[in-house]
Design a protein around this ligand. Structure first.
Ligand code: IPM
Ligand code: MG
Length: 382
């Protein structure tokens, strides 16, 4: 089923331009394991990537004094896809807010206009016991959180900290959405749902926030006009957080704003056993003439400075992010299935990094997990 492609010569797929931004903390380690799989793809599946590397986050601050240079941003825009590791760490925490590592990631998202952030939460059967919830609540779970990524309170103006005198300050952030911003992410949500179980839950706080009232109305209108075949319901964000831990299998696609999506996706990640398992894809709009869309793939987990450099991190979220890249940027569903299948089989065989290890069983290192995935890929492709 997964036989190596026989394509050669003129039929060989054109090279794909990939920019790797490994970043800080465990980023370089987990990206390193993905690079091994990329090499494997090249050798065994004749899929060649043109790989360039760049600096982001603390690594870029150390080299250039900025978390993202204009040159790296231009490289990202010019590439077919960006593979992102993670940013941040205690070393840079005392820097002024505007030049902290996270600003590099936020600038990439904003300037590349990556408005649709897909965060699937899938429970691999072998990991159902690693979840903090009971097995029956999570086994077979497959939900997609679609987070709006370039608007809302993350980027709204006015923002800042004002000095009102007499030792009084005012901290300000602004939740703001326009109709086109809501509509475009809603459309992505409905399109995703049509390829899944055809159900969308739109999440906001329309009981408290006008931006939430507008969100609800705009999503409903897009549904009624363009996607009447998809089942749509609405939920307040606080209730959604509760429902995610009460009965997560009620959801198919959840579409929500930037901040609620940040919170709810961390919550959903834990349902799958570990934050170390959750991949994500951040997509821009499709260019109507070329069909090309900008994209960035990153694990939901952060830079985990406490274990950085110790070869203990779980590389699977980064690897599953690469598999999303194959699927969404390069339309290589079969290769993506191959990677996903290898991950599933490796987990089923009991190989676990520390974050998902069963009590009493010896966890493997980050690189040993990479070894196991490569061995399984060889077996599947034999
Ligand atoms: C995420 C992260 C980021 C966010 C941070 C690192 C800026 O938590 O991708 O979920 O808040 O969006
Ligand atoms: Mg987050």
């Amino acid at each position: 089923m997964f036989g190596a492609s026989e394509e050669e010569g003129p039929d060989m797929p054109a090279n794909k331009k990939l920019l790797v931004l490994a970043g800080d903390g465990i980023g370089p380690e987990v990206v390193g394991q993905v690079r091994r799989v990329v090499d494997w793809m090249d050798r065994r599946r004749h899929v060649s990537f043109d790989i360039a590397e760049g600096l982001v986050g603390g690594a870029a601050i150390d080299a250039h004094g900025l978390p993202l240079t204009d040159e790296t941003l231009a490289d990202a825009v010019a590439s077919d896809a960006v593979l992102f590791g993670s940013v941040g760490g205690p070393k840079w925490e005392t820097l002024p807010f505007d030049v902290q590592p996270e600003r590099g990631l936020l600038r990439l998202r904003k300037e590349m206009d990556l408005f649709a952030n897909l965060r699937p939460a899938i429970v691999f059967d072998a990991l159902a016991d690693a979840s903090s919830l009971k097995r029956e609540l999570v086994s077979g779970l497959d939900i997609m959180i679609l987070r709006e990524l370039t608007g809302g309170i993350y980027f709204g103006e006015p923002r800042g900290i004002e000095d009102l005198g007499n030792g009084v300050r005012r901290g300000i952030n602004t939740q703001v959405y326009t109709t086109p911003e809501v509509e475009r992410v809603a459309r992505v949500g409905f399109e995703l749902a049509r390829k899944r179980s055809n159900r969308v839950m739109s999440v906001e706080k329309a009981n408290v926030m006008e931006s939430g009232v507008m969100w609800r109305e705009d999503v409903q209108r897009i549904h009624d006009e363009e996607f009447p075949d998809v089942e749509l319901a609405h939920m307040y964000a606080d209730n959604c957080a509760m429902q995610l831990v009460r009965n997560p299998k009620q959801f198919d696609v959840i579409v929500t704003d930037n901040l609620f999506g940040d919170l709810l996706s961390d919550c959903a990640a834990m349902l799958t056993g570990s934050l170390g398992m959750l991949p994500s894809a951040s997509l821009g709009a499709e260019d109507p003439t070329t069909g090309r869309r900008l994209s960035l793939y990153e694990p939901v987990h952060g830079s985990a400075p406490d274990i950085a450099g110790e070869d203990r991190a779980n590389p699977l979220a980064e690897l599953l992010s690469f598999s999303m890249m194959l699927r969404y940027s390069f339309d290589m569903g079969e290769d993506a299935d191959l990677v996903d299948g290898a991950v599933e089989n490796v987990l089923a065989s009991g190989v676990r990094t520390a974050d998902i290890a069963e009590p009493g069983r010896q966890p493997v290192s980050c690189s040993a997990m990479g070894d196991a995935v490569l061995a399984e890929l060889d077996r599947l492709a034999a």
